[in-house]
Design a protein around this ligand. Structure first.
Ligand code: SP5
Ligand code: ZN
Length: 353
């Protein structure tokens, strides 16, 4: 049976090249590369899925979840970096931070937005691993358009649509970017569904890393429920500072898993997140689909198989909700396409069970 889920695509998503990202002060090759979505598309197309071009959407959809200062920073960061001479004078051809407004540096004062581009970067980014280069903004903006177009397809009656997009987004808060993410595509999609007739939207995040962005963005709203299944930050994993079960409450559910958790524990966690989504009475679903929980993935110690992703997908499809799937992480180029295909097939099977 061919895969009938529409795959939303934009060539512009290929324009962001991380180059070397800085980890523990050292440049290492970034693994959030354009080839990721090429591989996914190739596998989904071979499975028969129709590819749909992303449509442009106005900025209002971004400003529903992000502060205008972040959007303007990302739009202009590269040009200002270049104009300040960092590529020519310092040999640094990516926008990276060097100083951050630590909560105890500024205390009860309001941090200044720095005039120096290098310092300003630290106002908006929370790590050194999320560089901005010449093509970054166009890719980031196109990634949001892919998520929004997938929403359009679902609002027009598709049961499910998939945004085959990058760079990913789930670590981005209202005003801070990081974790290889720049704008929170899944949160933007959830806000879009809320603005268009869906009363209660759930974001279910199965990327291997905690979905801190949506948790933070929707913390004080009861119309968007957030749940995240991820490797336990308290066992030493990104994003390190949050993502514990203690942060769970009426509007948020965190399910941290021990390193080396495989199919059984991971699928049970996805089942719990799906049950919670049912309990809150969501009428639409956004899946933040990272496939970096796979055993082969270099960025996480979870050990989920392709069958595990298929089974997790079935549980999500079983919710029977209009579903927008947004691509997040997943860094093993040989495996990524098959893992996404298994997840989408699972969702499709669950929806029609
Ligand atoms: C979207 C997404 O999955 N973001 C997660 C980014 C996590 N990055 C943490 C990087 C930690 C250092 N990895 C370096 C590997 C060196 N071999
Ligand atoms: Zn991840």
């Amino acid at each position: 049976m061919p895969l009938t889920i529409p795959v939303v695509w934009s060539d512009e998503c290929l324009l962001h090249e991380p180059g070397g990202e800085v980890w523990i002060g050292r440049p290492i090759p970034g693994d959030e590369v354009p080839e990721r979505v090429r591989r996914i598309r190739e596998v989904l197309e071979a499975a028969g899925a129709p590819v749909v071009d992303a449509r442009a959407h106005p900025d209002g959809a971004l400003l529903a979840v992000h502060d205008e200062r972040l959007v303007e920073f990302l739009r202009t960061a590269w040009e200002e970096w270049e104009a300040a001479g960092y590529p020519a004078d310092q040999g640094q051809d990516r926008v990276v931070p060097y100083i951050f407004p630590h909560p105890d540096l500024v205390g009860t004062l309001e941090a200044i937005v720095p005039v120096s581009p290098a310092a300003r970067t630290g106002f908006f980014s929370f790590d050194t691993m999320t560089p901005v280069g010449p093509g970054t903004w166009r890719a980031v903006r196109a990634a949001a358009d892919c998520a929004l177009t997938a929403c359009d397809l679902v609002l027009e009656g598709a049961a499910v649509a998939y945004a085959c997009t990058r760079p990913p987004g789930h670590h981005v808060t209202r005003e801070a970017y990081g974790g290889s993410c720049y704008l929170n595509n899944a949160a933007i999609a959830a806000a879009r569904l809320r603005a268009n007739s869906h009363a209660r939207v759930a974001i279910l995040d199965i990327d291997a890393h905690h979905g801190n962005g949506a948790q933070s963005i929707f913390a004080d709203r009861d119309d968007v429920f957030t749940a995240s299944v991820h490797v336990d930050p308290e066992a030493g994993w990104f994003p390190h500072f949050l993502g514990t079960a203690r942060e769970s409450g009426a509007g948020n559910l965190n399910i941290p898993l021990a390193p080396r958790t495989g199919d059984e524990g991971w699928v049970a966690a996805v089942a719990r997140a799906a049950d919670a989504t049912r309990t809150v009475g969501a009428d639409a679903l956004v899946v933040a689909l990272g496939v970096d929980a796979a055993a082969v993935d270099p960025e996480s110690p979870l050990e989920v198989s392709r069958d595990g992703f298929r089974e997790g997908g079935r549980l999500l499809g079983n919710l029977g909700l209009p579903t927008v799937v947004v691509q997040e992480g997943g860094y093993d180029l040989a495996a990524i396409g098959g893992l996404v295909l298994a997840s989408l097939e699972g969702i499709d099977e669950g929806l029609h069970a």
